[in-house]
Design a protein around this ligand. Structure first.
Ligand code: DGT
Ligand code: CA
Ligand code: CA
Ligand code: ZN
Length: 589
């Protein structure tokens, strides 16, 4: 119950907050690009934190402002006076003078240049000053013409790197990160279910398979009369443009920029249409071959023997008619699942909502936005039984990293908090220890030894070659105090490739040392990704799924991590935070 109520908070993130967050991000970015003084980075950091906080607020900032004025804004964590004033100005006038001034001084396309891996704010400044690079097209042209290398700090190799990164960025565009569109997807699904005469409605396609990115949304609706559904769908306020409308199909673009398809089928075809529209295409092509080999025909309307429909109302019976066991949508990628289904050996995947704890949670003592107690109470309300507080460590100064002494003090406070918390909820003392350039850790072993659990992660030196990165991770894994490697590849979906790493070797060492690999459930990371999670599962390496929460609202992200685990064919036994805390601690090294 509470779990769904808190998840509900995440679903009502409003567009207004995302606008305010974007203004904050732009301010942060242009502060970094535009100013040279050493304080600029700290001020930029404050803007970025404000952006993160606002993006995840359960309530519209404009509403908070209308109720309590600037005082209401100041109650938001990580919002100080200067930033509150800018938010006020934006809410009142739709503009922020400082930002407009900065934009006039450095007229670059922030949306294109922000977050381009390996091209930081300083470089962007130099590129603008020396080559008048304002956007991605300018950057690409300068790289192709060999002009980038004339800018200090650039080499021919870096020029090639830039071209590669532009290509990566381009292929990512047009695909939407699932967590960013999920609330909208579910909101429309819910309103379709309420249209008169509708028997069933679901977002199928890559959404139902829970892929990390979504090309478009494919709504499937069961109703005997398609007309009212078609009317509703094409006239929803979320629709920006109707591309096409047939008797039972429609194609629209939503105001958020994502396309949505609709297919309306009669109830007796629900199962076969659901199978068809869920895909993947490659999976379905195989099913059709199997149907043909059995003298059957499979399409969105049913499974047919001659003219006779032999299955179609439920997905299970469609698979059954083909001699196959039903399987969860997350497995349907034609990656060996059909053979398993034939042998009745589909694994029982880890279930949504079955996690008992969360092992990567930040507090305001490093870069989180809530106290340890708030994070604990939020987790309890969400339905978890324990969390590990994993604040960053000292070498990550910008994230307010803690040193050994501070970690021990924090562990002491956590012990006291545990005494106060009701209902057996438990906070584990932990840390997200920074892996240094050489693979050593920035916290001494005699401190790590005293924590309940230790996660280690790479946050710097992303440009080292694959051998060096692999050595850093494996060296950390070999440390007997390190229980988990956090977000092992460091990628940010559509934004950053991550550092190169020989994942097979990391999995091998994880196996030998009993180190756990994390699936970071933040929808920007989903790291390990599905394919690597599956490699780990196959080798018998244990996983954990963590939210990487910086605010209690972020626990709702756990579902995207569970989705990746399921796409990696993980069972409950493969995911250690399905265990109660005491059993988890016994299994860890
Ligand atoms: P996306 O949108 O790129 O994230 O990926 P999907 O899988 O949602 O693909 P989409 O939207 O093009 O099509 C939705 C489903 O419709 C797809 O998963 C399977 C089915 N489908 C689409 N085109 C074909 C096709 O040519 N043959 C078959 N058998 N099924 C198709
Ligand atoms: Ca789709
Ligand atoms: Ca589609
Ligand atoms: Zn981290």
């Amino acid at each position: 119950m509470l779990r769904s109520r808190l998840a509900g908070l995440y679903y009502c993130l409003t567009k207004k907050n995302s606008d305010v967050a974007k203004v904050m991000r732009d301010l942060g970015f242009l502060t970094e690009v535009g100013e040279d003084d050493p304080n600029a980075q700290f001020r930029a950091r404050a803007y970025y934190r404000a952006a993160d906080t606002i993006a995840s607020l359960p309530e519209d900032v404009a509403v908070m402002y209308s109720r309590n004025g600037i005082k209401g804004l100041l109650e938001i964590p990580s919002i100080g006076k200067a930033i509150a004033a800018k938010i006020e100005e934006y809410i009142k006038t739709g503009k922020v003078h400082t930002l407009e001034k900065m934009k006039a001084e450095i007229p670059i396309n922030i949306d294109e240049l922000y977050g381009l891996e390996g091209v930081g704010p300083k470089t962007i400044r130099a590129l603008y000053d020396k080559l008048q690079v304002k956007n991605l097209a300018d950057l690409e042209k300068a790289a192709r013409e060999g002009r980038l290398r004339t800018v200090p700090g650039f080499t021919e190799r870096k020029e090639q790197d830039v071209l590669k990164k532009i290509e990566f960025f381009r292929t990512g565009r047009g695909r939407h990160i699932i967590g960013e569109v999920y609330p909208l997807i579910k909101q429309i699904e819910k309103s379709l279910l309420q249209v008169a005469g509708v028997k069933n409605a679901v977002a199928a396609g890559s959404v139902r398979r829970m892929k990390e990115t979504i090309g478009d949304i494919d709504y499937l609706v069961a109703a005997s009369d398609p007309e009212p559904v078609m009317d509703f769908f094409t006239k929803m306020p979320e629709v920006q443009e109707v591309f096409g409308r047939g008797p039972a199909k429609a194609f629209v673009r939503l105001t958020s920029g994502i396309d949505a398809d609709l297919l309306v089928v009669p109830e007796e075809s629900w199962g076969s249409a659901l199978q068809y529209f869920t895909g993947s295409k490659e999976h379905s092509v195989e099913l059709r071959k199997i149907a043909l080999s059995k003298g059957l025909r499979l399409n969105e309307w049913g499974v047919f023997k001659g003219e006779k429909r032999v299955a179609g109302a439920a997905e299970e019976e469609v698979y059954q008619a083909l001699g196959l066991q039903w399987m969860p949508p997350e497995m349907r990628e034609n990656a060996g699942e059909i053979e398993l289904a034939r042998q009745n050996r589909i694994p029982k995947l880890v279930e949504y909502g079955s996690l008992k704890g969360d092992l990567q949670v930040h507090s305001e003592n490093s870069d989180g936005t809530a106290t340890i107690e708030e994070m604990a109470r939020g987790a309890k309300a969400f339905g978890l039984d324990y969390i590990a507080i994993t604040d960053h460590t000292k070498s990550l100064a910008l994230a307010g990293g803690l040193d050994g002494q501070e970690l021990l003090e924090q562990a002491q406070k956590i012990a006291e908090l545990n005494d106060r918390l009701e209902g057996g909820f438990r906070v584990l003392a932990s840390a997200e220890v920074n892996i240094m350039k050489d693979g050593s850790l920035d916290i001494a072993d005699n401190v790590l030894d005293k924590l309940d659990i230790v996660g280690a992660a790479i946050h710097s030196h992303f440009n080292l070659p694959v051998e060096a990165q692999t050595e850093r991770l494996t060296r950390a894994a070999k440390n007997p105090n390190v229980d988990i490697l956090f977000h092992p590849t460091g990628r940010l979906i559509n934004k950053r490739l991550g550092y190169p790493v020989d994942i097979e070797q990391v999995i091998e060492v994880a196996k030998d040392t009993g180190t756990v690999l994390e699936i970071d459930a933040h929808y920007d990371r989903l790291d390990l990704k599905d394919e690597y999670a599956r490699m780990a599962v196959k080798k018998g390496v244990k996983l954990v799924v963590d939210s990487d929460a910086h605010h209690p609202i972020h626990y709702a992200f756990l579902m995207f991590g569970v989705a990746q685990a399921r796409r990696g064919w993980a069972t409950p036994a493969d995911v250690l935070n399905t265990l109660p805390a005491d059993r988890l601690l016994k299994v860890l090294k």
